[in-house]
Design a binder for this molecule. Sequence first.
Ligand SMILES: Nc1ncnc2c1ncn2[C@@H]1O[C@H](COP(=O)(O)OP(=O)(O)OP(=O)(O)O)[C@@H](O)[C@H]1O
Ligand SMILES: [Mg+2]
Length: 608
Amino acid sequence: MVHGMSGIRRLDPILIDQIAAGEVIERPAAAVKELIENAVDARASSISVVIEQGGRGLIRVSDDGIGMSASDLRLAVERHATSKLPTDDLTRIATLGFRGEALPSIGAVSRLTITSRTQQDDVGTELRVDAGRIDGVRPAPMVRGTRVEVRDLFYATPARLKFLKGDRAEAQAVAQAMKRLAMAQPAVRFSLTGDGVSSIDLSAGTADEAGQLARLGQILGRDFRDNAVRILSARGPLAISGFASLPTYNRATPQEQYLFVNGRPVRDKLLLGAVRGAYHDMIASDRHPVIALFVEMDPADVDVNVHPAKAEVRFREPAAVRSLMVGALREALTMAGHRASTTLRADMLDSFTGNMTAPGAAYQRPSYLPRSPGTNGAMRGWAQPHGFGESAQAQFEGAERPAAPVMPQSETASTAHPLGAARAQLHGTYVLAETSDGFVLVDQHAAHERLVYERLKRQRAEAGVSRQILLIPEIVELSADDIASLLDHAAALTDLGLVVEPFGPGAVAIREVPASMVASGTGALVRDLAETLGSLGGPVMLEAAADLVLKTIACHHSVRAGRALKPDEMNALLREMEATPGAGQCNHGRPTYVELKLKDVERLFGRR
Ligand SMILES: Nc1ncnc2c1ncn2[C@@H]1O[C@H](COP(=O)(O)OP(=O)(O)OP(=O)(O)O)[C@@H](O)[C@H]1O
Ligand SMILES: [Mg+2]
């Protein structure tokens, strides 16, 4: 019998380094992350990165931090050599690095050149490592700080090269890694240039709240900055700060939810769960807010040494962290209340104005306008832009005409209210209100739905929903599946005022309904409920089911789009919205109203 193995032997130290490097440095972005972290730990105030071929050809990270002496530089590329554990205490890690393996790992698989100089030294030192072998140390001119140059990453481990993506994708990953670290360091300037990425230049700001928001705006966009609420909460040594987007500003994936623990970017399911919990009744379940949360805690309460790339941590008391997160988010969102609705987004405004101010072109005739008057039906669009033609105008002057926009002239409504005074109903769907410095357009159905939902929720929390017994139970025919879904959740339904019982093989009987509910149309509601509950696919928590039920009831019992509202009704709707926290977005996370400030209108017309 032939043995493939001829006994145990000790591996060559360089091979050991290459194996270890596989865990720490799996792609160029990982090397960039380690080098930036080193620069941050060295208290740099400016960090610049240059890459070629997605980082495969070249990574150069320059910083103006404390630098290294010649003897430290030699140690820096040795495995398990670090300046960051002065007391050998793994429970008090305050730096991003602590293992002393990033530089040796990178050096093991590339051609590495480090040039560094401290404040005390007159001249710098340059050290070269080639595939793990130190290849010379010599004095070199250098300003204070460190420059690390990595060429031909993974040339010494060709197998790894095969797993890399295209240059562009690798470059994007590098940019992502830099942005994540930059979010936590608003006082440090970051720049990235190279082929395959658009350059990034994040100027340094202050280390306070304003600086943090400015930095997040640089990275996540101005719209995020304008739609974010401040998060701030503490319990003992545990503190949470940061910014979270209003429910109306959301994304299709939770990718833009960032968590930092003591300044370290980490991935943790805890955040996902906390965000779900905090936003659950404000946002559709397939939409996700944008969030950057910074947790500060006693280093002894979190283990950072659980992941090769230090991208995960383990909390000693995850439940405490989670509950503080949910509480902080909830509180901020409730306080934001009305802001939840958007002032018209900057880019929307720009798209309006873009047409008119395209460079090089004089006024461009919008395509919806007819070429010459009177040629076709589109002419109506010109004569009555947005429906404010003659007949609508007549309404403003008080002419009588049924089924057209209603003009409230109520004395009680004042433009001083946050949502102003109702002036018209448009298309039977939108309420137009005038505020002291602009105007507001309310989606009547979405707004009312939210109000009903909030009212039911309040009732339920306070005294339980009061029920009303139907004199004659309503019988609703349903499929066996739908009946099963309903009866599975009978307890939640009863809790919400809806008492449903089986009634023969293909039907249920509704015996009691919430007192606030109009008795008719219960059948349609119950059918919808069965479908929604069925879509949950199996038993769910009472709370989640109850929430769905409330939303469905709210949807069935709010004014439809298309129903004409009287002036008093419109104003009552506006006042109730103002008084209801969370009324700024509908139950699906869309805004219930938009506001246009006069100054924005002036911009639209080129008056500013
Ligand atoms: N840009 C830099 N400026 C100053 N000193 C640096 C810099 N980069 C590395 N060093 C020094 O070199 C040492 C080794 O760096 P390396 O990244 O390999 O390990 P580490 O940061 O200590 O731990 P980790 O492996 O977790 O990153 C550091 O402890 C630090 O003293
Ligand atoms: Mg390091």
